[in-house]
Design a protein around this ligand. Structure first.
Ligand SMILES: Cc1cc2nc3c(=O)[nH]c(=O)nc-3n(C[C@H](O)[C@H](O)[C@H](O)COP(=O)(O)O)c2cc1C
Length: 248
């Protein structure tokens, strides 16, 4: 039988099929952040904008951007990681009356449904392991993870070796209710659109600090979600990217 799920998705997420949203039914505004698991260790980050960059020619950065998969062994500094996190998910302000965050990337209805997970391999001052960015507090949380998390996540990304050879591999997890609370099933489209902005910011920010990036969509959803301890329905990995220094 022909699998037409993609066509059905495009059809059934048209406005005419949408049911009344949770928001329109008076459900409370979703939380802006996910709770931390027990045993997480919280680490302060330097300010996202503290990194001093040479004067950059923006159009040149855009032109130079390309996918890069073979990184050097050089470490990233903590300041560079903070800059990358700030530039991809950083919170510029919080409108407390709703509440809503305004960030360095756009998001449909400013719903900002993502949590940023990282497999950190080479960042000065950080033990290698699994981390999450706490965007609202601009902090990191080191998460409990099994010893073989590198092998598990590499295997889950169809054996793409740059996942474990990167300085950092980013995993963006969508918390669907933050988006579907307003946009119902159409919100799934918006989460994928939002993910593209995050990925592109990472590519361009990386270019400015001598790093390369490779976006990854070829991954086993179930294996990645299990490794990140998300259920794959309420929360699921939506986009992945490896990053590391380029040879000089
Ligand atoms: C949504 C998306 C998914 C991708 N998935 C992978 C991937 O799983 N593995 C990989 O090596 N490259 C992946 N890429 C990188 C593309 O292959 C790359 O962007 C493309 O070849 C164009 O090259 P350029 O980025 O250097 O312009 C992906 C890119 C995008 C935008």
């Amino acid at each position: 039988m022909e699998n037409i799920i993609g066509k059905q998705f495009m059809e059934m997420t048209k406005y005419k099929y949408l049911e009344p949203s949770l928001q329109s039914q008076g459900a409370p505004w979703p939380e802006l952040k996910s709770p931390l698991p027990e045993g997480a260790e919280v680490i302060d980050l330097p300010a996202g904008k503290s990194l001093k960059l040479d004067k950059l020619d923006f159009i040149n950065l855009v032109e130079k951007r390309e996918t890069f998969r073979s990184y050097t062994d050089e470490n990233l500094t903590l300041q560079e990681l903070a800059y990358l996190l700030w530039g991809t998910q950083g919170v510029k302000s919080i409108l407390t009356e709703k509440p809503v965050t305004k960030r360095t990337v756009p998001s449909a209805g400013s719903r900002h449904a993502f949590e940023t997970y990282m497999l950190i391999n080479r960042v000065e001052g950080l033990k290698p392991g699994l981390y999450r960015y706490l965007a609202l507090d601009h902090q990191l949380a080191r998460l409990p993870a099994p010893q073989d998390i590198w092998e598990v996540l590499t295997e889950a990304c169809q054996k793409q070796a740059h996942v474990k050879k990167s300085a950092v591999t980013f995993f963006w997890v969508a918390v669907q209710q933050r988006m579907t609370w307003r946009y119902c099933q159409r919100g799934y489209r918006y989460m994928y659109l939002d993910a593209g902005h995050v990925g592109q910011n990472l590519y361009l920010l990386a270019e400015a600090i001598g790093c390369g990036v490779c976006a990854i969509a070829a991954y086993d959803d179930d294996l990645v979600n299990a490794a990140l301890s998300v259920d794959g329905v309420e929360q699921f990995a939506i986009y992945i990217a490896t990053l590391g220094k380029r040879p000089k």
